[in-house]
Design a protein around this ligand. Structure first.
Ligand code: FEO
Length: 401
């Protein structure tokens, strides 16, 4: 269990969770890491910890470099237990250590671990602490991802310890962005943003503004690989995601009972493709909602279909919509569609949720029983007219800008 050197005196001492496949409902098919970092200076400093079941492995890395009882500061950038979970164990060894955290961090750590006897140093945003040869500066980044979050910037080394921000759920022995297949790193960073950070995009923008003046050689997040070759690129991508910039792309997300809703899904796809708008069909029986969110992060049109079951939508669709609404993407155009035998409430419920997300809406499509060729043609023609109108509006808005 070797530490990995980031720069002189700065080491990754975290742990790899090869088996993790679910992170509070988010499908983590590539596992994850919990990144802790050790700074060897006059005041030995550990940044964040790991889940308690991986504590011994983290400590074997730490112990290969120093005597853990000599740790002077432990920086808790975030209270969530994947980063703070080993604190109770660690504080038994590093008995004289002081925990540096934000005001909300102190409240959260005391609430979680009921340990009022720990030494805390509560830092303001923009405050620096001297470690000896180095200074480390803290910036509060509330709601990226909890109210307590902060990031830590090692001023002399230009390294930003960003905690959840810029993270990716990837288990790998590679530690840097240029050592791992790059398309996967970006895909996992995007999925992470879509499933964890998206609801707080306004605050992400503020956080990006806070760190914008900093010279950054490395972004060392709390999950996944360290950014060193693609720092500029990931900052730009975060800027786009935080601004809810969506591309002309249509997602057609549905479940079906007797394939009538599926037929409507196909004709919707044909209508978008007639304008050369890329589409993706996502049957909720075969696609995990956290993977769908990855597509939603950059798609303008969100079409959601369900047949009516017991006066409501199918549970798969309801589950997806609950997840979608919580993650709160903005500036999207929604379309509800589906089929029914009698009543037809399913599509109306889908429509209500999409409207509740704040989406602009295309008129819903709700067909009784099985749509025949004539009905499908009518849906196609009507939808084409609506898309044409929307594209014209977009073009006009674009030309005004
Ligand atoms: Fe990786 Fe919000 O914890």
């Amino acid at each position: 269990m070797n530490p990995v050197k980031l720069k002189e005196g700065i080491y990754w001492v975290g742990e790899i969770d090869w088996d993790l496949r679910n992170f509070h409902g988010y499908l983590t098919q590539r596992g994850s890491t919990y990144n802790a970092y050790l700074i060897l200076d006059e005041k030995i400093t550990l940044i964040d910890t790991v889940r308690p079941y991986l504590y011994e492995k983290m400590m074997s890395r730490v112990s290969s470099l120093i005597d853990p009882s000599q740790i002077h500061y432990i920086i808790a950038n975030h209270v969530e237990m994947d980063h703070s979970g080993s604190l109770p164990l660690l504080m038994e060894t590093a008995r004289n250590a002081t925990i540096i955290t934000s005001p909300n961090g102190q409240k959260g750590l005391i609430a979680h671990y009921k340990r009022k006897d720990w030494n805390f140093k509560v830092v303001k945003s923009d405050e620096s602490v001297n470690l000896g040869k180095r200074n480390i500066k803290f910036f509060h980044t509330p709601m990226v991802h909890w109210p307590d979050n902060m990031v830590s910037y090692l001023e002399e080394d230009n390294v930003l310890f960003s905690n959840d921000a810029f993270g990716q759920h990837i288990a790998s022995s590679e530690r840097f962005d240029d050592e791992y297949p790059f398309g996967i790193v970006v895909e996992e960073a995007k999925k992470y943003y879509a499933n964890i950070v998206l609801p707080y995009s306004m605050l992400v923008k503020k956080a990006i503004d806070l760190i914008a003046p900093l010279a950054i050689d490395m972004i060392a997040p709390a999950h996944g690989v360290v950014w060193r070759s693609y720092v500029k690129m990931i900052l730009e991508e975060y800027g786009k995601w935080a601004a809810n910039q969506a591309e002309m792309k249509a997602l057609i997300i549905y479940d079906t009972m007797w394939k009538s809703t599926e037929k409507i899904a196909s004709i919707i796809q044909k209508a978008f493709e007639s304008y050369k708008i890329p589409t993706k069909i996502l049957n909720l029986r075969y696609n995990h909602i956290s993977d769908i969110m990855n597509d939603i992060l950059t798609a303008k049109f969100i079409c959601v279909g369900s047949p009516t079951l017991n006066s409501n939508m199918l549970p798969t669709v309801a589950g997806f919509l609950t997840y979608l609404k919580g993650l709160s993407p903005k500036n999207r155009i929604g379309l509800a569609f589906g089929s029914y035998g009698w009543g037809g409430q399913g599509v109306r419920h889908v429509e209500e949720v999409l409207k509740g997300c704040g989406f602009d809406m295309i008129e819903s499509i709700n067909v009784q029983y099985i749509p025949d060729e004539t009905q499908l043609q009518e849906i196609f023609d009507k939808l084409k007219r609506e898309i044409s109108g929307l594209l014209e509006t977009t073009r006009l808005i674009g030309s005004q800008g």
